[in-house]
Design a protein around this ligand. Structure first.
Ligand SMILES: [Zn+2]
Length: 246
C-alpha cells in the first residue's frame, strides 16, 4: 500500500480593512486570495522527505507534483487535511485545469485524536509533545510569512524546515495512533501472499484472542502483535437465527 504523508502551507488573504476589531471583510475588500505556497510530503517507509514551493520550483511545477503524488497514493495521511490541506490542493488543481487525482483514502489524524481521546488541546504540537514525539519547529510567526511573500531566501529556509518537520511528526503520530485508527484501508487487500494481515499495519503477527461478538454473530478475534490493533475474522463461527424486534 502506498501511504503518503502530506502537509501544505498557504499564504494569507490580502484585504483592505477599516479597523482591527471584529471586522467583517466583504469580497470587494479582498485584494489577493491566499494560495498554497509550499508542501512537504513523505512516502511511508522511505527515508526521504520531499519539499516543493512556489518560491523554489514555481507554482505550476509545485501544483503538478502535488497532483502526481496524490495520484500515486493509495492512502494519504494528514492532520486536519480533510478540511484544510486536501480542499486547498483541490482548488489549486481545478484552477490549474487538472482533473482529480485517482481516488485515495484519507487518514486524518486530527479526526482520530478527536474521536478517541480528550486532550486539553487537539493541536498537532500539543498532542505530539504530550506523546513524547518530536516537536514542531518553532517559527517566527506571521513575519515569516511576510518575508516569504517578499521572496526572502533565509525566510524560505525556515519555512522549508518548518514544513518538513510537520510531515515528520505527522508520520510519527500516525505510527503512535495506528491501533486507534478505525476503518484504515486494509493492508490485506494490497498483499499478494496467503494468510491474514493486520488491517492497519500489514503484519502477519496476529494472535487469536477471544471472540468478537456482534448483535447476531460471533467471529474469531485477533490482536496484532506489532501495532496492537484489534481485528476479527470475516467467517461467522456461530450466530442466532432469531433476533428481537421492536
Ligand atoms: Zn498491526
Amino acid at each position: 500500500m502506498k501511504l503518503l504523508t502530506i502537509d501544505i502551507e498557504t499564504s494569507p488573504q490580502l484585504a483592505h480593512v477599516w479597523g482591527l476589531w471584529q471586522q467583517n471583510v466583504g469580497l470587494s475588500q479582498l485584494l489577493e486570495s491566499g494560495e498554497v505556497i509550499c508542501f512537504a510530503a513523505k512516502w511511508y517507509g522511505d527515508e526521504q522527505t520531499m519539499f516543493f514551493s512556489k518560491f523554489h520550483h514555481g507554482k505550476k511545477l509545485m501544483v503538478k507534483t502535488a497532483h502526481e503524488l496524490l495520484d500515486q497514493a493509495d492512502a494519504v495521511i494528514h492532520f486536519n487535511g480533510k478540511r484544510f490541506d486536501i480542499p486547498h490542493l483541490n482548488r489549486e488543481f481545478v484552477e490549474a485545469g487538472l482533473t482529480p487525482p485517482s481516488p485515495y483514502s484519507q487518514i486524518d489524524l486530527l479526526q482520530v485524536v478527536k474521536k478517541n481521546f480528550r486532550f486539553p488541546s487537539n493541536k498537532l504540537d500539543y498532542v505530539t509533545k504530550k506523546l513524547g514525539l518530536d516537536h514542531k519547529v518553532q517559527n517566527s510567526g506571521h513575519q515569516l510569512w511576510v518575508k516569504c511573500m517578499a521572496g526572502d531566501y533565509q525566510a524560505w529556509e525556515e519555512m522549508k524546515e518548518y514544513n518538513l518537520q510537520d510531515v515528520v511528526i505527522t508520520e510519527q503520530l500516525y505510527d503512535k495512533l495506528l491501533p486507534w485508527i478505525s476503518s484504515h484501508p486494509s493492508h490485506g487487500l494490497y498483499e499478494d501472499g496467503e494468510g491474514q494481515y493486520c488491517p492497519n499495519c500489514g503484519s502477519k503477527n496476529l494472535k487469536r484472542e477471544g471472540k468478537a461478538y456482534t448483535a447476531l454473530s460471533v467471529y474469531q478475534r485477533y490482536s496484532c502483535g506489532d501495532c496492537g490493533k484489534w481485528s476479527r475474522g470475516n467467517k461467522r463461527l456461530d450466530g442466532v437465527d432469531v433476533r428481537g424486534v421492536q
